[in-house]
Ligand binder design. Sequence first.
Ligand code: FES
Ligand code: FES
Length: 159
Amino acid sequence: MTTSVSFHLNGLAVSPDADSDTPLLFVLRNRLGLKAARFGCGNEECGACVVEIDGRARFACTTPLSALAGARLTTAEGLPDHPIGAALLAAFAQEHAGQCGYCLSGILMAAFVLLRANPTPDRASIIAALDGNLCRCGAHGGILRAVERAVASLAETAP
Ligand code: FES
Ligand code: FES
């Protein structure tokens, strides 16, 4: 049944219409025009679709629209507006992290959730936070260095 669900997306109130069981990923990409979150497996196995929902990294491919009423979401499109997100984007660019880039939106969002909860994670904590995100290009080394670079830059600018 088509329904309208209201939530906050990257700081803006939205109320997209869709069947209540439509996966968030399709709502983002097809209704709201936000293409950063990607479809990989559709089954919580690759992490390409990860977004932040109320402070947690969630799979947009299996989160139904009906679960989002009143929620606060961040997608990769919203990262430049947040100091942690901006630091991650800069660090990934400086480290040339990734190759094809297909996994990077989900990885950035998983790292964003981690750094909001723990601004000084060690490498083991970063690896654990990214455990649900696959990178078929094998770019893990650069990705880990990029997250560590973001941690260092945020520490330098901390009050
Ligand atoms: S597309 Fe959601 S985990 Fe793979
Ligand atoms: S950079 Fe290609 S899948 Fe990760």
